[in-house]
Ligand binder design. Structure first.
Ligand SMILES: Cc1ncc(COP(=O)(O)O)c(C=O)c1O
Length: 219
């Protein structure tokens, strides 16, 4: 990945989430503070873009938090598009959802024509939530963050790409962010810096990826 991005982004930074159990946004903010600190220490400046996958949103909000004030840093959330945002088999909340109230919050939710919560789908169990945290809804509404759909196919390709080129097996959730990084990097200049949050490891996903490729493998 770094090789692939080296032309576009010599300082690719990947953030390994320390422990899978660290789920709260506040802990994620603390972890991601290191990304900002290390960026300033090693590169002497902030990145041009920060990319993270979005399920309910705490992973991405932790990544975005310490860069929110600097408008020049693009914040990009990658939603699970599943089989595509033009199908019903998707979990891309901002891209396909409507404002609603569910689970105690007003935000965007995938809904059917009656306003019922839609059954969502993604290859990634961690991203197939029909809503998004309200802070993301707000960041979207004010135009501070972008939310892009990434399909199963793109995520699986990115999963394999990172494993093959860097020996890093990303969680299939994180592979959604990697996939968008692969799309974005060629459009960036060699001086620009892209941060991609690798929110978890993908050992747990290897069998599912093999099945996606037609192998008869089960855990
Ligand atoms: C590895 C990994 N990354 C990202 C996410 C998405 O996190 P969030 O729901 O906070 O957006 C999950 C959710 O389970 C996950 O397991």
């Amino acid at each position: 990945m770094a090789r692939y991005l080296s032309k576009a982004a010599p300082g690719l930074w990947q953030i390994q989430r320390r422990r899978k159990s660290m789920r709260s946004t506040s802990i994620r903010r603390r972890t991601r503070w290191e990304a900002r600190e290390q960026m300033l220490e090693k590169e002497g400046r902030l990145p041009d873009a920060v990319i993270a996958c979005v399920g309910g949103g705490s992973n991405a909000i932790g990544s975005f938090y310490h860069f929110m004030e600097e408008k020049e840093v693009r914040l990009i959330g990658c939603e699970a598009a599943g089989r595509g945002i033009d199908t019903f088999e998707t979990a891309a909340t901002v891209n396909t959802g409507k404002v609603g109230i569910f689970h105690g919050m007003k935000s965007y939710f995938c809904q059917d024509e009656y306003g019922q919560i839609a059954p969502v789908y993604s290859i990634s169990a961690g991203l197939d939530y029909p809503g998004i945290g309200p802070e993301h809804a707000w960041l979207h509404d004010i135009g501070r963050a972008e939310y892009v759909p990434v399909t199963d196919d793109e995520a699986v390709n990115a999963f394999e790409y990172l494993a093959r080129t860097e020996g890093i097996i990303p969680a299939i959730e994180s592979a959604h962010a990697v996939a968008y990084g692969i799309k974005l990097a060629p459009a960036m200049s060699g001086e620009q810096i892209l941060v991609i949050t690798i929110s978890g490891r993908g050992d747990k996903d290897c069998a599912a990826i093999a099945r996606y490729r037609g192998e008869d493998i089960h855990e």
